[in-house]
Design a protein around this ligand. Sequence first.
Ligand code: FAD
Length: 477
Amino acid sequence: MPERFTMTRTNQHAFDLIVVGAGSGGYAAARTARDLGANVALVDRGPLGGLCILAGCMPSKTLIATGDAAHDVREARALGVNAGEPNVDFKAVMKRKREIIKGFADYRIEGIETFPVFSGEATFASPHVLHVGDDVLIAKAFVIATGSTVAPPVFPGLEEAGYIDSDEALDREVPPRSLIVLGGGYVGCELGQFYARIGVPTTILIRSPQLLSAEDADVGEGLTRYLREEGIAIETRAQVGRVSLARDGKRVVHFVQDGVEKSVVAHEILYALGRVPNVAGLDLEAAGVRYHAIGGIETDETLRTSQPHIFAVGDVTGRFLLVHIAIQQGEIAARNAIHQTSERADYRISKTHTIFTDPQVATVGESEKELRKAGIPYLTASMPFDDHGKAISIGKTKGFVKMMAAPLDGRILGAAILGPDASDLIHEMIVAMYYGATVFDFVKIPHLHPTMAEILTYPAEDIVAQIAARRALVAVP
Ligand SMILES: Cc1cc2nc3c(=O)[nH]c(=O)nc-3n(C[C@H](O)[C@H](O)[C@H](O)COP(=O)(O)OP(=O)(O)OC[C@H]3O[C@@H](n4cnc5c(N)ncnc54)[C@H](O)[C@@H]3O)c2cc1C
């Protein structure tokens, strides 16, 4: 970008690139553009740090570690260790979480403050001019990375009865005495299991027949069964009608299940039915940027919006809502903005995702559901952890791994893991798919023994055998 804007009035500032929103996506965009030699500013209304650090990935995983530790203490009996019922010190749990998050946030803020930062709500006045309080910011290009916010409640009576969202569930003084979770996506599952594991009677209400309705049925059904087995009540196919407040202050959720009217009562409701993009107040009309209130800002694969010098990345685009994708998009958008190129985001591998329940869920590539929908032929094989030596030895036998591959050449098309440490195990499959590996390649990769990772060789071997049998059939005269 050869030409640079210069400062003209005291409250008017000019940059090569202005990034609106200093979360994961925006920060990645700003760093990338600066590394390319651009003059970059960040705008954020605060608090600084971004969702992942302040109220998303990091606080939730910090708390989940406590839930898992409590569970392991209970389960230790199976390994011959009699520790009794764990006594969770909730104040200490939250103190630990706050200290850890403060450390992460301080470090990130230090990084953010190496840029010129304008604090306040950003509002476009025109496609090249942004207002932040009294400051008028002008840029050749913009990246909008304003993230998402909890979706507004949709059920009659919920607002009046009162509820908590994920922000509040992650930062409480005392645990709820009992909890109803509305929603069976990853936030509902992770936080519902955390509270259940520290001793809060928990009910999850979902409309679909299984948790994680977007995943393959075997994954969602498996998780539903395991969470039920550890005492979480899960009401499936529940059509929530309304919410009311009982005389004793408890919340009542009224729902219809298989044509029968029912209700469930608890002290607190966690509303976990998704997030919507943060577009309010940006005046995207003035910028000429097309967006939808629920679907987010429209972009093409180069992350350009309908206004070619304005890019959008991360949750505000309404698509993936994952940190590693916000970062990937931020980096690509910055390169495209500064070099005026058209590098495209490729989500084939990066749409990999994980859910930090126990057992965890992790997938890469296409699911069976997606392959069937696209009419892509595939072979599949799976292996349960309760048939795997290392898993049996360490007492972590819940779940399975499965692999999908092309019937002709064995190219790996996707994999899913429901099981212990799935979020780490999946990386072997991510690397394999990144390099376009086939199941024939995969079975040649050495695997240490006895390890959890070697379980992945079994479905690969199975598919190799399936392909060999098909080839033998074809070869028969
Ligand atoms: C409970 C929970 C757990 C999660 N766990 C995971 C996980 O394990 N793994 C994972 O990959 N993802 C997880 N996510 C999702 C992940 O946190 C988000 O996808 C990611 O943080 C989005 O980054 P972003 O840069 O798009 O937005 P954000 O990080 O939200 O940044 C947006 C920034 O824009 C600023 N802003 C907004 N509007 C304006 C405005 N008008 N003017 C100025 N500034 C503005 C905000 O202050 C904020 O700093 C989780 C989310 C939640 C809620």
